[in-house]
Each structure stands twice: as structure tokens, then as C-alpha cells.
Design a protein around this ligand. Structure first.
Ligand SMILES: N[C@@H](CCC(=O)N[C@@H](CS)C(=O)NCC(=O)O)C(=O)O
Length: 219
């Protein structure tokens, strides 16, 4: 496979795909997009008019693949086992469900809080923070009986959860009583693929507006 990934090392949805690529040990050409540079914005916009990353270009198959979950689904059949989306239909449905829960109720509110800050809007983020807390509670219950969020195997849903929870916990710390969520977060942070992504993000962390809330062990 001949792949180019358009991404930024600080961007959480890009982390999700990087974790999957590193889990599978898939080689790719990294193309860092600086959204502050007009040329880069135009290059990304030519591939995907919403100008959001990650975007994958498969040169062999002449395919442009946007959207983090779709990129992971696209790569999975070509990748080494075990898959990130299980072959069993019901197990796969659980993975997709938890991938959606994490993206919709952790990733999106986390991003909206950060964007609100970056725009200087200083809007009322209490609703977004309440959504994060609801998601934390649901995740804690789910993780009481399984090591990974959708079951016994590390999956696409965990690729989503690692960056979403990493940034979310700098905005809304995990409540002390949610011991299963806290232990899960530690398992995620110990995963070599996640450690590699965070190590690559490290030089860029000062650009993150809440970098003061990133625990010292990641800096
Ligand atoms: N649903 C998309 C979301 C992608 C997304 O929001 N990417 C962010 C970076 S984490 C982005 O491109 N932000 C730049 C912008 O919105 O201008 C996915 O799953 O890939």
C-alpha cells in the first residue's frame, strides 16, 4: 500500500487514526498540514472540502478517504490481525456504537470547549461539560466488566477513546469515584501506539490552549 496521511500531530481526530496505524504497523507518508498556512489549507481543501483532517490518500487504489472512523474501517481489511473492527457482526456493532458514543459525547464537546476558548467567545460551556460528565459515568459503568471499551479486545473504539479522553481530562478531570474509567485511561496511556502518538505530539503541546492542565508525565 502506498499511503499519505494528511494530519496534524496535535489534532485529536488525527491521533485516533495514528493509533490505528501504529497498532497495525502500517507504513505511510506523513503530510503535516498547517491550517494557518493558505497553501496547506488549499491542499487539504482540494482533497476534502470541509478542510478537516485526518484525510488518507491511497495512491495505489486512487482513493481519498476522509473521516477518522472510515479511515480505520478502510485500512482494517488490509492490516495485520487482530482487526480493530471484529469480524463477528454483533461485536462489530458494539465497536461502532462505542466509537460513536466516544466521538459524539466526549470528542465533540471537548473540541467545542477548546474552540470556544480559541475564538475568545468565553461562552457558557456548562452544557458541554455536563455532557462530558454524563459520558464519563456511562464509560465507567461499561468498563466495570471489560478491559477495553467495546469488549475484551482493543478496537477502533479505543483508538477514539485515547485522544478524546486525553484532551477531555485536561478540561474536566475524571471524578475520583469513577475508578473503572480512571483505570481504563491508564491502560490506554500504557499502550505503545498511544505512547508513540503522545510523544510525537509533545513538541506541539505548548500550542494547546489548556497545556497547563496536561499532567507533567506527558510533557
Ligand atoms: N468527523 C471528523 C472530525 C475531524 C475534525 O474535526 N478534525 C479537526 C482536528 S481534530 C479539524 O480538522 N479541525 C480543523 C477545523 O475544523 O478547521 C473525523 O472523525 O475525522
Amino acid at each position: 500500500m502506498s499511503l499519505t496521511l494528511y494530519y496534524h500531530p496535535l489534532a485529536s481526530y488525527c491521533h485516533k487514526v495514528l493509533v490505528a496505524l501504529y497498532e497495525h504497523d502500517i507504513a505511510f507518508e506523513p503530510r503535516i498540514i498547517d491550517l494557518g498556512a493558505e497553501e496547506d489549507r488549499a491542499e487539504l481543501g482540494a482533497l476534502w472540502p470541509f478542510r478537516k483532517f485526518p484525510v488518507l490518500r491511497d495512491h495505489e487504489r486512487q482513493r481519498t478517504v476522509p473521516e477518522s472512523s472510515i479511515i480505520i474501517e478502510y485500512l482494517d481489511p488490509f492490516a495485520a490481525l487482530p482487526p480493530l473492527i471484529p469480524q463477528d457482526v454483533n461485536d462489530a456493532l458494539q465497536v461502532r456504537l462505542w466509537d460513536r458514543i466516544v466521538d459524539s459525547y466526549v470528542h465533540e464537546p471537548m473540541q467545542d470547549i477548546v474552540l470556544d476558548h480559541l475564538r475568545g467567545a468565553k461562552g457558557d460551556t456548562s452544557g458541554l461539560r455536563a455532557t462530558l460528565q454524563t459520558a464519563y459515568g456511562l464509560l465507567d459503568t461499561q468498563l466495570a466488566t471489560r478491559p477495553w471499551v467495546a469488549g475484551h479486545a482493543f478496537s477502533m473504539a479505543d483508538c477514539a477513546a485515547a485522544p478524546a479522553l486525553f484532551y477531555a481530562h485536561t478540561l474536566e478531570p475524571f471524578p475520583e469515584p469513577l475508578v473503572h474509567l480512571r483505570a481504563y485511561f491508564e491502560r490506554l496511556m500504557e499502550r505503545p501506539s498511544v505512547q508513540r502518538v503522545l510523544a510525537e505530539a509533545k513538541p506541539y503541546f505548548p500550542m494547546y490552549p489548556f497545556h497547563g492542565a496536561i499532567p507533567a508525565r506527558f510533557l
